[in-house]
Design a protein around this ligand. Sequence first.
Ligand SMILES: C[S@@+](CC[C@H](N)C(=O)[O-])C[C@H]1O[C@@H](n2cnc3c(N)ncnc32)[C@H](O)[C@@H]1O
Length: 214
Amino acid sequence: MTIRLNKIVQAIPQVETLCDVGCDHGYIGIGAWEMGKARRVIFMDISAPSLQKAQNNCANVQMNNCQFVCQDGIQSVVCDCAVIAGMGGLETISILQNTTRPPKFLVLQPMRNQMDVRKYLLSNGYKLTLDVKFQDVKYYDLMVAELSAEQMELSPFQLKFGFTNLASPSQDFVNFLLEEQRKYTQILTQCRDTEVAEKLSDTNLALEHIGGQQ
Ligand SMILES: C[S@@+](CC[C@H](N)C(=O)[O-])C[C@H]1O[C@@H](n2cnc3c(N)ncnc32)[C@H](O)[C@@H]1O
């Protein structure tokens, strides 16, 4: 299992029913079941050939108590936790918007538009309990959210960088910021770009912020 898949599986809370949305190979649902995190796993994919991969891999590990659903998103399927990993942030939001019974827990690994995902979660009854950047060759964002009666508020800075990253920065997050800083500085030596200049300024602020934490 890759570092990315392992991090996602580790972040899944102990639940009765897990839905691996956009499961493809099914390694996330299989990993969660093998680690005893879920008693029952619903594998779901919009693509029949992808779902078939999950079905074959489940058969290889003799996994029982699982179900295979070929459809677009969660819709009316009921589960305690849904994992949506490896998809764009806007696709992730669209899946959540079309979910009839929002799961108590969400484990999300959006590839882009992470800030939109954070905003969506907070304005739709979820609080974030984890929001971290990690490296597995590339950098990824991993979020865990839970339905909550209390509204969670995040500053624009936390919405941009993830509250866990800022509160307890990992070495991966520091490395990410340093790489971003180098990249934006390099671009600005060649051309003046307001958007890049803003990104560099935010990155510098984040580095200052976490410098003050350490
Ligand atoms: C890049 S793969 C990610 C696989 C796995 N979740 C992971 O993180 O390694 C994306 C998978 O999501 C599926 N997918 C994309 N949009 C979907 C949707 N709206 N509903 C269900 N599955 C979807 C694709 O068919 C594909 O198998």
